[in-house]
Ligand binder design. Sequence first.
Ligand code: ACO
Ligand code: ZN
Length: 223
Amino acid sequence: KGTKEQLIIDAGQKHFGATMCKSCGMIYTASSPEDELQHVQHHYRFLEGIKYTGWKKERVVAQFWDGKIVLVLPRDPSYAIRKVEDVQELVDNELGFHQVVPRCPNKTKTFLFISDEKRVVGCLIAEPIKQAFRVLSEPTGPGSPSSKECHRAWQCSDVPEPAVCGISRIWVFRLKRRKRIARRLVDTLRNCFMFGCFLKIDDIAFSDPTPDGKLFATKYCNT
Ligand code: ACO
Ligand code: ZN
């Protein structure tokens, strides 16, 4: 998460009221002109970025009561690739990732969760990998630092283990979180990554997880 956002939240708790926009989900201070301006700029770019107009050729790989999952592959028409790039830019912005180049761009699979309101509310980017390093479990309970505090300081094993599929990005629109969208994206990935087989949990790995990502991954992998 960007430090900017954190500053705004902190300021909000101490002095002004922090507001969350009900359509773009940005948290900002309504009483601050700079914040208001930043919000307006973010607001339209974001809503434009996640707008999904529907495509002539779309690869629907799962359908639900509240939306559907569309798979985009590297050789798809440019309108689909452009949408994926736009969404990835928004996601990378939020995650604070900069210019992460995929290892095999021609083997990347992108899953978009499209809501009934015709918006991209979830995104999962996966690529083939050969090995991964297991995140070692950390002590939890009273006295140990909360997962938010030890941001990305997870201990990793130094023994590589075979893996098949790496999740380089997983993201759900802030206002749609905790509705099992991420879970459904990963289930669908496991079903569609390799033709004719359902990937085991051990076959997939989350790269450089954020605190949110780790909480989700821990839960997903144990159930
Ligand atoms: N805190 C605690 N538990 C969580 C959290 C959380 N923030 N998020 C998910 N879980 C657990 C819960 O047990 C949840 O089940 P429950 O709601 O029934 O209790 C279970 O995981 C399944 O959660 P979903 O609803 O499927 O997850 P969601 O759709 O909310 O998406 C995600 C999770 C993608 C991590 C979302 O919070 C997000 O986009 N965060 C910001 C971006 C980010 O940090 N992405 C991960 C980056 S790491 C990477 O890309 C490899
Ligand atoms: Zn907004």
